[in-house]
Design a protein around this ligand. Structure first.
Ligand code: NAD
Ligand code: MG
Length: 353
């Protein structure tokens, strides 16, 4: 029996994770938590809505923590699992982006490991498995390009939250769906890949593959590339992380190869500046990634509440990065403070925007 603590149990990933757990006799839910939504229909011995999850995790004694919280709020669960040496199935990319250095230090002390749930990183993890990084030339992160791929800036001027929420290939929570429309999601994933695989930014490429069949690939130094392909269905990476290294069966159908044509294109970084802003924040290091993430969270909320136009999201993030000192966080408190500062700067930016 593997005991799973599920945080963010009422979300898109959370619901699919419950389906996976219920389908596998060797998995059991030992705890479930959400931010504010009730957990009445979730069957777990320990449940908590809101509040500090670390007490819950201590009591639950999980073998694996599936962190499916949205946003920086997931930082406490990420750090708890890594510090405690408990496997971390990580969907909550924001915690690793914002707290990368601290998370890796906690992992080194605690002896835990991260099993990525983000589909691209799960793909890369599988393509890389047991290979030394010196054999790797580049990681190639794929993305669909979101609902606005191919549009010009002018055409994005007045897009609504409803249009941004209509993702072409994935059904996900609202925050990550907007991130996919601005390409901030691919920017967060770039930083996530840097920390997960300990590889410099100039060896991580981003390419669009509009149907989301190729989930990422690794270019090796001998000219070979390994790609991970399959239908876009998060139950595959969730199941992989929860049943690792067993690779249990899922209800996802096999890929019909005869029905496929695969096309790739470079992302339009002029129209979607979040990609460049994320790369710069990642390369500068310190708490710049934390500021990038915090400003994005504030701006996305404002966009969804129709207080900020779509193109304003990148403006707010650029402004906050320009006004942040990026000083490295030596402790969790310093990280929380950097997050708070960046949010305050973003709110200020919203008022003048
Ligand atoms: P969602 O909005 O559908 O669900 C979010 C969950 O987090 C809910 O259960 C909510 O109650 C909980 N939550 C919100 N605020 C919280 C807080 N302050 N404290 C504790 N819990 C809180 O989001 P989602 O689409 O399931 O995404 C979850 C995470 O997984 C995100 O980091 C996202 O980037 C990542 N992810 C999602 C997908 C996907 O297909 N949905 C794919 C890859 C990665
Ligand atoms: Mg992803």
């Amino acid at each position: 029996m593997k005991r799973v603590a599920l945080l963010g149990a009422t979300g898109s990933i959370g619901r699919q994770a419950i389906e996976i757990v219920e389908a596998h006799p060797e998995l059991e839910l030992c705890a479930a938590a959400s931010g504010s939504t009730p957990l009445d229909d979730v069957d777990a011995p320990l449940k908590q809505v809101g509040g500090d999850v670390t007490d819950l995790l201590e009591r639950a004694r999980p073998d694996v923590v599936l962190n499916a919280v949205v946003g920086f709020a997931g930082i406490h669960a990420t750090l708890w699992a890594l510090e405690s040496g408990v496997d971390l199935a990580l969907a909550n990319k924001e915690s690793l982006v914002a707290g990368g250095e601290l998370a890796l230090a906690a992992m080194a002390r605690g002896g835990g490991r991260i099993l990525p749930v983000d589909s691209e990183h799960s793909a890369l993890y599988q393509c890389l498995e047991s290979r030394r990084l010196e054999q790797v030339e580049h990681l190639v992160l794929t993305g669909s390009g979101g609902p606005f791929r191919g549009r010009t800036r002018d055409e994005l001027d007045s897009v609504t939250p409803e249009e941004a929420l209509a993702h072409p290939t994935w059904r996900m929570g609202p925050k990550i769906t907007v991130d996919s429309a601005t390409l901030a999601n691919k920017g967060l994933e770039l930083i996530e890949a840097h920390y997960l695989f300990d590889i410099p930014y100039d060896r991580i490429e981003i390419i669009l593959q509009p149907t989301s069949i190729v989930h990422s690939l690794v270019r090796f130094r001998d000219g070979a590339s390994l790609a991970h392909v399959g239908y876009p269905d998060m139950r595959v990476p969730i199941s992989y992380a929860l049943t690792y290294p067993e690779r249990a069966t899922t209800p996802v159908p096999p890929l019909d190869l005869t029905a496929l044509t695969l096309q790739f294109e470079a992302p339009d970084v002029e129209t979607f500046p979040m990609l460049t802003l994320a790369r710069e924040a990642g390369e500068r290091g310190g708490t710049y990634p934390c500021a990038f993430n915090a400003a994005n969270e504030v701006a996305v909320t404002a966009f969804l509440e129709e207080r900020l136009p779509f193109l304003g999201i990148a403006d707010v993030v650029e402004d906050v990065l320009g006004r942040s000192d990026g000083a490295a966080a030596e402790s969790v408190d310093e990280l929380l403070e950097a997050d708070r500062r960046a949010r305050a700067l973003a709110e200020e930016g919203l008022r003048v925007a």
